[in-house]
Write a protein that binds this ligand. Sequence first.
Ligand code: PLP
Ligand code: TYF
Length: 398
Amino acid sequence: MFENVKAIPGDALLALMMEFKKDPTPAKIDLGVGVYKDDAGLTPILPAVKKAEALILENEQSKGYIGPAGAPELAPLLQSLMLGDQHNLIREKRIATTQTPGGTGALRVAGDLINALNPNAKIWVSDPTWSNHFHVFAGAGIEVRTYPYYDAQQNALAFENMLAAIHEIPSGDVILLHASCHNPTGIDPTLEQWQQISDLVAERALLPLIDCAYQGFGDGLEEDVQGLKLILEKSPEALITTSCSKNFGLYNERIGALSVVAAEPEHCNNVFSQACNCIRANYSNPPAHGAAIVTTILSDQALRQQWETELSEMRTRIHRMRTELVKNLSALSDERDFSFIAAQKGMFSYSGLSRDEVKYLKDKYAIYAVDSGRINIAGINDGNLGRLSQAIAEAIDR
Ligand code: PLP
Ligand code: TYF
């Protein structure tokens, strides 16, 4: 079976991460893979997470299976983190949440679920989107199509084209929307634009799948789910995928969640049982440790407060680096206006740098960015900002 098998390339982003690791250049700069870094260029474990882990180590009684839907305490905590305690979907029991291995696991279970419920449904993703969206949904046997999102001339949301395309999506298909901090562009709709998107999604009777991977990385925990809440106000049914990788810094613990929203509690229970069936057929039970950390933090008032402070420090540092980069670039070169970078949200920025400029930065200065021009703003710090700005100015002024 194996002798004629050809190798296929892996994820280009993860390959870039490995290439960076191997590069011996001392002053190398990593603006590639989307992992938060502090001012020292490190991705440390949050102190709130360390404290939670100490408590878990002391109190954990068993390593028994936790069941396909994961830790039962996690679901209500994540629901209220996303929607607030008093949200009508929670009161009306119209939302059910299962733990998953990361946001990616949630997306895959969502894909399997969609395929089980309506194998003819297509899923529409933004152009561009996180590259793994294509992979995950194709893996689940779903046809993936795109709608316009990015206006390269204006470095802005291609809003009119986006609306026009959504208007043509057949009713019953699935539309994937990024809750905030759009990956890869960093461009989010305004609240006014979310109003229009949510009206149209409901009018077309599309099933919204909201990918919430960066809550708290944009403007704040509440601010970053305003658009998501508008969608849920207008559409009676939805799927939401949550990742705790970024906002809790739990990348390698693989902790996330899939929420099902339905018009009636009974529909919700029925669909949830189907999601659990997909899980059973896939990995049976999720890992326990990441869920224990998130549960411990969110259910302890002092730890939760500490985590919120640590999250806001990450957010504030990213904001500051955006502003500083724009300031430096405008002082060094009048070739291009980079002010749009300061208005983008979250870790990523579509910088407008061309493939050739990205290559120049890597070959000459060991500065690693994605071919598309996406840069991870969290890779910038006070120690490398000067060099980075000089190098970008040189790359564009050549
Ligand atoms: N969705 C988006 C938009 C992402 O950028 C990521 C990135 O990591 C994920 C989902 C998956 O996150 P996780 O690492 O939790 O699987
Ligand atoms: O876009 C990014 O860089 C992050 C991290 O297969 C990531 O979302 C990238 C690729 C991948 C898994 C995570």
